[in-house]
Design a protein around this ligand. Structure first.
Ligand code: ZN
Length: 238
C-alpha cells in the first residue's frame, strides 16, 4: 500500500487518499476504506497522481452520498456519549480550578462518566489524550500477559492512528494497534491482542496460528463477527 499523504475534503471531513498501484490493473477504481475515513484508489502501475486526483474529484458526489449514509460522527463535547471498552460514557467537562470532592487528577472515569478538567477549547485534545493513555494501558496489560503465557518477548508496543487495520505484528516482534480499539468491547480488544501476540510465534494464518489464538482468548469468533459488523463505528468518534 502506498500512502501519498493526499487528502480530499468532503463535507468538512478530511479523507485520506490511499493509492494502491496494482500490476495487472487497467483502470482506476475507488472505494471508501475501513471506517470510511479514507478513500482507497487501486491504479495501474505508475499512474500519475494528478490524474488519480482528477478521477477522485469526479467521484466527489458519489463519495458525499456514501458519507451521508454513514453513522453520524460523535465529537468530543461536553455531554457527548462515547463507548469506552464498549460501555457508554458521558463526557463531563469540569472548569479548571473547580474544587472536586477528591484528588482525581485531570481526567478520570466514574459511574459511566468521563470527567475531564479542561477549558472548552482544549476538551477534544484532552479526551483524545486520555483515551490513548487508557488504551495503551489496557493493551499492554493483556499483551504482556499473553506473551508470557507462550514464552515470547514483545520488542515494543505501539499505539497508532491506523484506519486500515486494528493491529499488526512485525518480524522484529513489534506489535502495533489502533488506538480506536478503546471504543470496542473488552472481548474484542482481547481478541485483537491475542491475534497479534500469536503472530510472535506464527507469522501466518495457518491452522496452528488460529489454534494458538484460541489458546490466548476465548472470544475469537464473536469478536471477528463484531469487528466485521461494527468496525466502521470505531471510526466515527473524535
Ligand atoms: Zn494476522
Amino acid at each position: 500500500m502506498v500512502k501519498k499523504n493526499v487528502y480530499l475534503g468532503v463535507q468538512g471531513q478530511k479523507l485520506e487518499v490511499i493509492i494502491q498501484p496494482h500490476p495487472t490493473s487497467k483502470k482506476l477504481s475507488l472505494r471508501l476504506g475501513a471506517g470510511q475515513a479514507a478513500i482507497k484508489v487501486v491504479s495501474p502501475p505508475n499512474y500519475p497522481i494528478a490524474d488519480i486526483m482528477d478521477f477522485v474529484e469526479r467521484q466527489r458526489n458519489w463519495i458525499a452520498e456514501r458519507l451521508d449514509k454513514q453513522s453520524p460522527s460523535v465529537s468530543y463535547e461536553d455531554g457527548a456519549n462515547i463507548p469506552i471498552l464498549g460501555r457508554h460514557h458521558k463526557i463531563v467537562r469540569i472548569e479548571p480550578g473547580t474544587k472536586t470532592h477528591s484528588q482525581k487528577g485531570a481526567a478520570w472515569l466514574e459511574a459511566n462518566q468521563l470527567y475531564i478538567k479542561s477549558h472548552v477549547e482544549h476538551l477534544p485534545r484532552r479526551v483524545q489524550d486520555f483515551l490513548k493513555k487508557q488504551v495503551r494501558f489496557e493493551i499492554n496489560l493483556r499483551a504482556q500477559e499473553k506473551a508470557a503465557k507462550i514464552d515470547k518477548k514483545i520488542a515494543a508496543i505501539r499505539i497508532k492512528d491506523t484506519t486500515s487495520r486494528w493491529g499488526s505484528c512485525s518480524t522484529k516482534g513489534n506489535l502495533n494497534f489502533s488506538w480506536r480499539l478503546i471504543f470496542s468491547p473488552e472481548e474484542v480488544l482481547d481478541y485483537v491482542v491475542a491475534h497479534e501476540v500469536a503472530h510472535l510465534e506464527h507469522m501466518n494464518h495457518s491452522p496452528a496460528f488460529w489454534a494458538l489464538v484460541d489458546q490466548l482468548t476465548d472470544t475469537r469468533k464473536t469478536s471477528q463477527r463484531w469487528l466485521k459488523l461494527n468496525g466502521n463505528q470505531l471510526m466515527s468518534y473524535g
